[in-house]
Design a protein around this ligand. Structure first.
Ligand SMILES: Cc1cc2nc3c(=O)[nH]c(=O)nc-3n(C[C@H](O)[C@H](O)[C@H](O)COP(=O)(O)OP(=O)(O)OC[C@H]3O[C@@H](n4cnc5c(N)ncnc54)[C@H](O)[C@@H]3O)c2cc1C
Length: 506
């Protein structure tokens, strides 16, 4: 089964499920009734509607010809984009979540990572760690069920298969990959990545998988300019990021954790910023709002009133990233080659004792195994989609409850022409002296300052190939609000958000 949801041998789902489980488990085919969604209502499609109808955009804008959007907050098998440190969260919560329960139930996934939470790197590392821990406990020929075929689950499953254990991955969606979601679409050069898209310079495990699957990445410049309300590109003032750093330092001296919003006030960092507009009408306070909307909210998917001031990683707000130039799903396909995956199979119940585990699926089928690794996202663990019997230890319950799950969405747009882009090459330091009369290159990452943006940042993903394709990143409250809009309303909002960049390059 690959990331497109295709069984490798072309088997239909039921046959494939039975075949996948047969070698590993005791299966009770209790019923073949349709599988209920976790909420009891029909599942919202985790992937975007392909029924895109272009609408007239703001005056003068070239025609939009294709759109793909995500809705991770409403996706029943994610219920958010990634975990973040809510006020009061500590690294110890993630450690607690990773601890085995009676040596039968393990957890893995990005929320279990202390080094790289909320990322692909963290998911892979946690999958490796869980598999290594299970392998130490497991006897020869043991049977292990992995819940979830995202990066963490597939990494764990491959590691256990290599160690000779019998493994089956049980996945609720009809495809592998989880929050790595490559939707095939020729309008976007073959596929649009609706989940993870960027790779940190220190994400070694991701880089290795990309290399093995021959998926290219391209360095994107940390933006040096933002678009002011007077339609001029202005240098990004570090005052905003510095105020957040000051708030963080102040929070470290407090008896207990507070939110970034509280720390900005308590430290005096926000009040110290000038509210006098400069020649472009931009105030220092606008740069703080810019650092929050394009930095904190994109990194966490949450508002500053929720994010821990102690835990905020200031380096994450402005770091060098690489953007995937191809189909990230190829990485997932490579990881599915050697493992059995039962797709369209939602785990609803996990009973465990000192000796074994028993899982029930939404279809009514049951599976018994020696151990289970649960990689369902934190957003799902926060609900009663999967019921544990007995209940999880308080340390696990506390971690699941206190860690936050942020919301982030992406929208891929293709136009008749790239009206936001100048012809100048992107910031290539090695380029020869620029022509003084040539227009300045627009940055790879486009942001606005001085207004509250609907779309936190735009990534000019089509620039290397000259394609008129751009990706919008929508974060926190804006993401939740836009998810509730239908495709027409959504289109109106994102086109209005992109329109100022057209006038800027006139
Ligand atoms: C919009 C967006 C942008 C992102 N951008 C980046 C980025 O640029 N760089 C980066 O490194 N990371 C990014 N991430 C985060 C990254 O995608 C995740 O951290 C990573 O993919 C998580 O992998 P995982 O295996 O922990 O979880 P998942 O990929 O979510 O896998 C968990 C699996 O469990 C399944 N599941 C859920 N419930 C059940 C159930 N009851 N029964 C069976 N199966 C179940 C799910 O369907 C899913 O397939 C982004 C995420 C989003 C949403």
């Amino acid at each position: 089964m690959d990331s497109r949801g295709r069984p490798r041998e072309g088997m239909p789902r039921r046959t494939f499920l039975a075949a996948a489980l047969a070698g590993v488990t005791t299966v009770v085919l209790a019923s073949c009734t349709p599988e209920p969604s976790p909420t009891g209502s029909p599942s919202p499609s985790p992937s975007p509607s392909p029924t895109f109808t272009p609408r007239p955009g703001p005056d003068g804008l070239p025609r939009l010809t294709a759109m793909r959007r995500s809705r991770w907050g409403a996706d029943p098998y994610a219920l958010g984009a990634f975990s973040y440190d809510d006020v009061g969260s500590t690294e110890q919560l993630r450690v607690a979540l990773s601890r085995p329960v009676r040596d039968r139930v393990w957890f893995a996934g990005e929320a279990c990572s202390t080094d790289a939470p909320g990322t692909m790197q963290g998911a892979i590392a946690s999958g490796e760690a869980a598999a290594a821990a299970v392998a130490v406990r497991a006897g020869d020929d043991e049977r292990v069920v992995v819940v979830g075929a995202g990066l963490a689950g597939l990494t764990a499953a491959n590691a256990l298969v290599r160690r000779g254990l019998r493994v089956v991955v049980v996945e609720a969606r009809d495809r592998a990959g989880g929050r790595v979601d490559s939707v095939d679409d020729d309008d976007f050069g073959g596929s649009a990545q609706l989940g993870a898209l960027l790779v940190g310079e220190d994400a070694d495990a991701v880089a290795e998988l990309l290399d093995e699957a021959s998926v290219d990445t391209l360095l994107i410049d940390v933006p040096a300019t933002a678009l002011a309300t007077d339609r001029d590109w202005v240098p990004i003032d570090p005052a905003g990021v510095e105020a957040i750093a000051e708030a963080h330092d102040w929070a470290l001296t407090q008896p207990q954790d507070v939110s970034i919003a509280t720390a900005l006030v308590g430290s005096g960092a926000a009040a110290a910023l000038s509210s006098t507009p400069d020649a472009h009408g931009v105030r220092a306070t606008d740069w703080l709002a810019h650092a929050i909307s394009s930095g904190v909210e994109v990194a966490t998917g949450a508002p500053t009133s929720r994010v821990s001031a102690v835990s905020i990683d200031r380096d994450r707000l402005r770091r060098t990233l690489r953007v995937v130039q191809g189909r990230l799903g190829d990485v997932i396909d490579a990881l599915t080659a050697e493992v059995d995956i039962a797709v369209s199979s939602t785990v609803t119940h996990i009973a465990y004792s000192d000796d074994r585990v028993s899982l029930r699926l939404g279809t009514g089928e049951s599976i018994t195994a020696d151990r289970v690794i649960v990689t369902a996202p934190l957003g799902v663990l926060k609900t009663s989609t999967i019921r544990f019997e007995p209940r999880l230890p308080l340390t696990h319950q506390r971690a699941i409850s206190l860690l936050g799950m942020g919301v982030l969405d992406t929208v891929w747009l293709r136009f008749e022409e790239a009206f936001w882009r100048t012809d100048a090459p992107s910031g290539d330091a090695s380029a020869s002296m620029p022509d003084a009369d040539a227009p300045a290159a627009t940055p790879d990452v486009l942001t606005v300052v001085g207004t509250s943006p609907t779309v936190a940042a735009w990534i000019d993903i089509g620039r290397p190939t000259g394609e008129p394709v751009i990706v919008g990143v929508i974060a926190a409250a804006q993401a939740t609000r836009l998810e509730s809009l239908d495709d027409d309303e959504f289109q109106d909002e994102v086109l209005a958000a992109l329109a100022p960049f057209a006038t800027a390059t006139d």
